[in-house]
Every structure is written in structure tokens, then in C-alpha cells.
Design a protein around this ligand. Structure first.
Ligand SMILES: C[S@@+](CC[C@H](N)C(=O)[O-])C[C@H]1O[C@@H](n2cnc3c(N)ncnc32)[C@H](O)[C@@H]1O
Length: 481
């Protein structure tokens, strides 16, 4: 779509700008951009008031998550199937349909009129009647359902209609789940293999809800309660998180957080509550040698550094130099000076750094993974990840595990973590590792599922290497405190 030529453009009517921005984001994502980067770029270029920014964010992320379901509504009410529509029209319809089906605060008439107006101004004037026809068709179907006695006469007033109500659902349970919750069918089928159907449903629901924004407080500088009070004084609501002692959660907060109290001073960083539970599995102690093998951008490295209280050796390795630069900025802001960085392929560290054989007391491998535990946080991720990509990740994770194992000192601790829920990347991966590394022990493993209580899906396994007999190897002495 092209914007109207500046000379011909009449002033943008109220309410059009955030919808236009969301439309642009959907088109950018369809062209390959990441949703968060595309949204950030558009928000920076636009000059929207805070409420409009919030609406644009909700529409863009919501419509991307619900792509599958919104396409099904186009299929049901258009003369042409969604996938055969001109792409700008398909994405504009998504912006309009999302408002009709999901956004309780946008009146239906406004959803229809703004979408039609955008079509006229955005190079789709000839297709404006199509936009109007499809949106009004969906509205008629939904209004008729809402008037049904069983719905209208519910004791507590009419329940909001589920967004799929009015569509014909497939008989196959995986295909039906995929349509209702807007997931790729392969993922819906996997979820139903891994979980009872009501838990698969809860997973999908969590994946479609805006995630909470959690912070990790830097306890060397401030307590969570003192930071909560500083936020309250600045008019920012924050609450403690029962399962994460150093976490605060900020409901309804997103966007640029750098202006919040304590950011510049390094009093906190953004980190999901379940991500915060991984370093306690590693249990780093002052004076130890620690390797964080896939470390950038350093959420867990800085958490480890805080545990070391300035004593010991902490290496942050990542193959991405750009991401390591972000790690360096984060650790500087948080005042964690102990961290040393190395840009390298962690599958190959044993040959790059032969002096590191048996060197580390503890190793964290926060492995590259499919990210299926963070679908709510990355609106477009479900449409990117494929079973073939997961095959490749499983193979890379196995090589990382095998390549890093020789660096752990006898009796040392190795934590393997991912932000996915796929068993092949988690429990199955660790089973394969144990089968090929005799003597290693699995102390503990834990799968956090994303769910109603908030928090990303994470996995952590605590492995221990057997202490070697004295003659077999001479481990390097521990770092002096
Ligand atoms: C899940 S992220 C790590 C997140 C980080 N631990 C944190 O808490 O902020 C995985 C990281 O692994 C890195 N990576 C992927 N393959 C790698 C490899 N072969 N060697 C080293 N780093 C790798 C990626 O660049 C990415 O930064």
C-alpha cells in the first residue's frame, strides 16, 4: 500500500493514525521483519499520544497473533480466500477484524468506518466496498449469535462471544485447536500430544495474552520493596511476585522503560520471573570459576555476577559480537565489573581454549531454542518456527552440550536451560546427553509452563559431573577468594 500523496491528503481523522501504524507493522512483518523491531521503528517514526501508542501496539501484536483465526473469518465472508487476497488488503482486514472480534473497547461502527477510511486513503480505494462488505458480514453473523437467548440471558449478563464463534470448526481436534487459538496446526497437534486438552488450551490462551512485564531488582543497590515505593511515587504501579523474591511486575506497562526510576542507576533490569529461576539452579558461589556459554544479552550473566559478590571468574561467551556488546552495556549499567567476554562458537571452546579443560566449577548453557515458551512475548514467533528448524536446534543443542562438557571440573555443576516447552529440546535432549556421558548425574529438572499466573515457559536441568579419581586428571586449583 502507498500512503496518499502529501499534496492530496486531507488531515488524518481522529483514530486513524494508530490503526494505520498497526497496518504498516503487519505489512512489514509479512515482508520478513520481526514484530517488535517493526513496531518500535513505526512508533519512533510516528508522533502518537500515549493512548494511541497503546492502541497501535495492541492492534499490531493482537492481529499478528490471531492471524490464523482472522484469515478464517476472511475465508468465511470474502469471495476470495484470505491467502489469495492482495496482501495489503489481507492485512488491513486483519486490523479491522481484530477490533471487531477482540477489542472490547472499540465500538464496532468505529472499527468498520476507520478500516474503510484507511482503505480509501491507503491506495485501496477500489477495494473499500470489499472491506466494508466483509467487516459488515462478520458483524451480522456475530450480532445474530449474540442475540441468541442462551447468550443474551446469561445470569451475569452476556458473556463475550469467543472469537471463533460463528465459524465452522474442523472435526480434527488439532485443526480445531489451531483455528480457535490461532496456532500453526503442527504446534496444536504437538500440544495435544504433550498435554491434556484443557492444559493445551491454557497454553494457547497464555500465548495469546499480552505477557506481564517483570523486572529483576539489583539487591546490591535497592530492595524490591524500596524500588516498588520509588515507582509508586512516580505514579507507576508495581507488585511483588510470590515465586521470584527479586522480581517486581509492572501490569499494563510496555514500550520504552528507560525513564523509569532507578534505570540509569542500574537498580533493575527486565527479566521474566521464570528466567530468574534459572541462575538459582546454577547456585554460583563467591570465588568460583563460572562459564555462561550462550550469554548474550546477559540477563543471566549479570544475575550470576551479583551472586559472586565481586570474587571469582565469570566468562560470558556468545557467538554474536553485536549481542555481546549489548551484554557489555547491560553489565556496565548494572555495575557488574567481574564479567569477561569472548565472542566464539561455544561448540568449539575445548579446542579454542585448551586451558579451559576441567576449568569451570559451574557452567550455564542457556541454549538457543525454538522459544515456544515465549510466544506471548514474540507475537510473530509461532509463524516463523517450523518443525525443520527445531530439528536443527536439537542438533545444535546436542553439540553445545557435548562441546562444553569437557570444560567442567570434576564434581562441578552444569545447568542446561531453554525457553521452550518442546520435549525434544528439553527432557529428551538431556536423556540423550546422559546416555553418552557415563557417570554424569541429573540432579533436578524443571519445566515451567506459560499459563494464567504469568511467566514464560522455561526448562532447566541440573547436571553434575562425577569427581574423577586423583590419577585420572589433574584439575586446575580453584580461584582464590
Ligand atoms: C537464549 S539466548 C541467551 C540468553 C541469555 N543467556 C540471557 O539470559 O540474556 C541464546 C544465545 O546463544 C547464542 N548462540 C547461539 N549459538 C551459539 C553458539 N554456537 N555458540 C555461542 N553462542 C551461541 C545466541 O547468539 C544467543 O545470544
Amino acid at each position: 500500500m502507498s500512503d496518499p500523496a502529501p499534496g492530496n491528503a486531507s488531515p488524518i481523522p481522529i483514530g486513524l493514525a494508530p490503526r494505520q501504524l498497526a497496518w504498516r507493522v503487519l505489512q512489514a512483518v509479512a515482508a520478513g521483519a520481526y514484530a517488535d523491531a517493526a513496531l518500535e521503528r513505526e512508533l519512533a517514526a510516528g508522533n502518537l499520544a500515549p493512548l494511541d501508542r497503546a492502541l497501535a501496539t495492541e492492534l499490531a501484536y493482537g492481529a499478528i497473533r490471531q492471524r490464523r483465526l482472522l484469515d478464517a473469518w476472511i475465508d468465511a465472508h470474502g469471495r476470495v480466500a484470505a491467502l489469495a487476497q492482495p496482501p495489503p488488503l489481507r492485512w488491513l482486514l486483519h486490523v479491522g477484524l481484530y477490533q471487531l472480534l477482540f477489542s472490547g473497547r472499540v465500538p464496532a461502527a468505529a472499527a468498520v468506518s476507520t478500516t474503510v477510511e484507511l482503505a480509501k486513503r491507503g491506495g485501496l480505494a477500489r477495494l473499500a466496498p470489499v472491506v466494508n462488505g466483509i467487516l459488515r458480514g462478520v458483524l451480522r453473523t456475530r450480532s445474530a449469535l449474540a442475540r441468541r437467548p442462551a447468550v443474551a440471558a446469561a445470569p451475569a449478563g452476556p458473556e463475550p462471544l469467543p472469537a471463533w464463534q460463528g465459524l465452522a470448526l474442523p472435526a480434527d481436534p488439532a485443526a480445531a485447536l489451531a483455528l480457535r487459538r490461532s496456532l500453526p496446526t503442527w504446534l496444536a497437534a504437538e500440544l495435544l500430544r504433550w498435554l491434556p486438552s484443557e492444559e493445551a488450551e491454557a497454553f494457547a490462551q497464555a500465548a495469546n495474552s499480552p505477557p506481564p512485564l517483570d523486572l529483576r531488582v539489583n539487591p546490591r543497590l535497592i530492595s524490591p520493596e524500596a524500588l516498588r515505593q520509588a515507582f509508586a511515587a512516580a505514579g507507576v504501579a508495581a507488585a511483588a511476585v510470590a515465586e521470584a523474591p527479586l522480581a517486581l511486575t509492572l501490569p499494563q506497562r510496555s514500550g520504552d522503560l528507560r525513564g523509569l526510576p532507578g534505570f540509569v542507576e542500574g537498580q533493575w533490569c527486565v527479566q521474566d520471573r521464570h528466567a530468574q529461576a534459572v541462575v538459582p539452579l546454577l547456585d554460583p558461589q563467591p570465588g568460583e570459576r563460572i562459564l555462561d556459554a550462550c550469554a548474550a544479552p546477559g540477563g543471566k550473566t549479570t544475575q550470576i555476577a551479583a551472586c559472586l559478590e565481586g570474587r571469582g571468574e565469570l566468562w560470558a561467551v556468545d557467538r554474536s559480537e553485536a549481542r555481546l556488546r549489548r551484554l557489555a552495556r547491560n553489565s556496565e549499567r548494572l555495575g557488574e565489573g567481574l564479567i569477561q567476554t569472548l565472542a566464539a562458537d561455544a561448540t568449539d571452546l575445548a579446542s579454542l581454549r585448551p586451558d579451559w579443560r576441567f576449568y569451570f566449577d559451574r557452567i550455564l548453557l542457556d541454549a538457543p531454542c525454538s522459544g515456544l515458551g515465549t510466544l506471548a512475548r514474540h507475537a510473530d514467533a509461532r509463524w516463523r518456527i517450523t518443525p525443520a528448524a527445531i530439528d536443527g536446534l536439537v542438533e545444535l543443542q546436542a553439540r553445545l552440550l557435548a562441546g562444553l562438557a569437557p570444560l567442567l571440573a570434576p564434581g562441578g555443576r552444569f545447568v542446561y536451560a531453554t525457553c521452550t516447552v518442546h520435549p525434544r529440546e528439553n527432557g529428551d535432549q538431556i536423556r540423550c546427553f546422559l546416555a553418552t556421558h557415563p557417570g554424569w548425574i541429573l540432579r533436578e529438572q524443571r519445566q515451567w509452563w506459560p499459563g494464567a499466573a504469568g511467566g514464560d515457559g522455561f526448562y532447566g536441568a541440573v547436571l553434575e559431573r562425577p569427581a574423577l579419581r586423583a590419577a585420572a586428571v589433574e584439575p586446575t586449583p580453584a580461584v582464590a577468594g
